[in-house]
Ligand binder design. Structure first.
Ligand SMILES: [Zn+2]
Length: 494
């Protein structure tokens, strides 16, 4: 594998810290994790950022109902999000919190001042439909029977004077950055969605709220009567985490090194903010746009959107406890809602677990290792060299082919395709055993050793290719092939 010295900076949208995580929250960091692991293996310098969005009136309100201060509430919830690292085996490098007064606040305020310098912040009377669930102004288009589609509640009509950001000024610039591919949006359907929105012209956006209504937030520089609204707060996390806003020279060079992000990963509900407001802010502040934005769908549960009111929220730790980390990773990578929404049911999860993990991968690895042990080949299996002698040309070609497919699929964030490429190798191994019937052969025969040597090569390569997706399993296979540990990968579910 060719090593590079390239940097790879991947970010994830930061969840709102008014509650703990549900399984929908693992999509961003899981996708980023696969990319980060893959890039690290390839020799890239990687930064993988996650965090929590911790300001806003909804946080204050939730805290009040729980008899907590907003700070106590976000402290508790950010810990719950941090636990995803261990629960799903995520390899992030940094976790930024928007209540971080040392790292984040100076960045948001610096961004604000830069928008002012570009003459893009102005004072205006505003009148709009505010959805508490959204924490945002919504439009008539977001309503159904007078209620917000996503939150099933009537918006409040709010009239007030706020600071506005001149987003309209950047419509054309954003549009051409997307069309030219300088700012690449994937998949195509989301790119078209945002382009058609931009075509009709972007409206200016309210960028502050009166401090009396929104006290839990970052004060507007030089105007303590106003608080910075979510855009110039939460979105700035992608640069505050890498040193923007700091005056220390080490941070300044850190920022120069990492920005622009190579990839930003978000859910479809965040498209407008990340593909219109954020690039507008970056243009205004004279900063380059991220290179790519990946926008995925949601995971529904049995066809319904996950929501507390429906009572169908599934917490990641429930799944992990029941099935383990890699089965959960496998399922969500396989079902990754690339363009459409995905669906979760326990039945489907168990079906896939039994078919692909227990019967597919687990069974092949167990069969090969049992046969290898029988021939005491494993003790003599001192490294790749010895196996190389027993390499089977068909397997070498198949592995190379799979690696190529994985590279392409990962580049396009089509995790499903990458896994299918690996599972094709598993099928190939199964077919080979069934054809050769090594159990009928004398274990000391040359033929037997050749067959098992080929299969050991194949499963060790399968393990290697699995590393970004199922890191624990990958390691287990590598150890088992070396003969260090016995292995029972995925016990069949009843
Ligand atoms: Zn809403």
């Amino acid at each position: 594998m060719a090593k590079t010295n390239k940097k790879f900076y991947v970010t994830t949208s930061i969840p709102y810290a008014n509650a703990g995580p549900h399984i929908g929250h693992i999509l961003d960091p899981l996708a980023a994790d696969v990319l980060a692991r893959y890039k690290r293996i390839k020799g890239n310098k990687v930064k993988f950022l996650v965090g929590t969005d911790e300001h806003g009136a909804k946080i204050s309100r939730t805290a009040k109902t729980q008899n907590k201060t907003p700070q106590e509430l976000v402290n508790e919830n950010s810990v719950k999000f941090k636990e995803l690292k261990k629960n799903i085996n995520l390899s992030w490098d940094d976790f930024i919190r928007t209540t971080d007064k040392k790292r984040h606040w100076p960045a948001a305020q610096k961004m604000w001042r830069n928008l002012i310098k570009s003459n893009d912040i102005y004072w205006k009377k505003y009148h709009g439909l505010y959805c508490v669930g959204h924490e945002a102004f919504i439009t008539e288009k977001d309503l159904k029977n007078g209620k917000c589609r996503d939150h099933q509640r009537e918006p409040e009509v709010i009239e007030e004077e706020n600071w506005f950001f001149r987003l309209s000024k950047y419509s054309k610039k954003i549009e051409s950055a997307i069309i030219s591919g300088k700012f690449k949006i994937i998949p195509e359907s989301r790119r078209n969605e945002i382009l058609s929105l931009i075509k009709s012209g972007l409206d200016d956006v309210s960028f502050s709220r009166p401090a009396k209504d929104l006290s839990w937030g970052i004060p507007v520089p030089d105007d303590p009567t106003q608080t910075i609204y979510v855009w110039c707060d939460a979105l700035v996390n992608y640069i505050s985490a890498i040193g923007y806003g700091s005056t220390r020279s080490v941070d300044i060079s850190k920022f120069k090194y990492w920005w622009p992000a190579d990839l930003q990963i978000i859910g479809k509900d965040n498209l407008r903010f990340h593909a219109a407001i954020w690039p507008g802010m970056l243009f205004s502040a004279g900063l380059p746009l991220p290179k790519r934005l990946f926008v995925h769908g949601f995971i529904n549960v049995r066809g319904d959107k996950m929501s507390k009111t429906v009572g169908n929220v599934i917490a990641p730790e429930e799944l992990i406890k029941k099935y383990g980390i890699d089965p959960a990773r496998y399922h969500f990578l396989h079902e990754f809602p690339y363009s459409d929404d995905g669906d979760f049911t326990y039945e489907k999860f168990e079906e896939r677990y039994n078919a692909d993990l227990a019967k597919g991968l687990g069974n092949l690895v167990a069969r090969v290792l049992t046969l290898a042990q029988k021939a005491r080949l494993r003790q003599g299996f001192g490294g790749r060299g010895k196996i190389t002698l027993r390499q089977n040309k068909n397997f070498i070609i198949a592995v190379k082919d799979a690696a190529k497919n994985i590279e392409k699929s990962i580049g396009e964030l089509k995790f499903n395709d990458a896994l299918v490429a690996i599972w094709r190798l598993i099928a190939k191994g199964d077919k080979y055993i069934d054809e050769k019937k090594p159990w009928n052969l004398d274990v000391d025969s040359k033929e037997f050793k050749e067959i098992i040597g080929s299969l050991l090569y194949l499963i060790s390569e399968i393990g290697r290719l699995l590393a970004p997706f199922l890191p624990e399993t990958s390691e287990k296979i590598a150890n088992a092939v070396k003969g260090k540990k016995s292995i029972a990968l995925f016990p069949r579910l009843q």
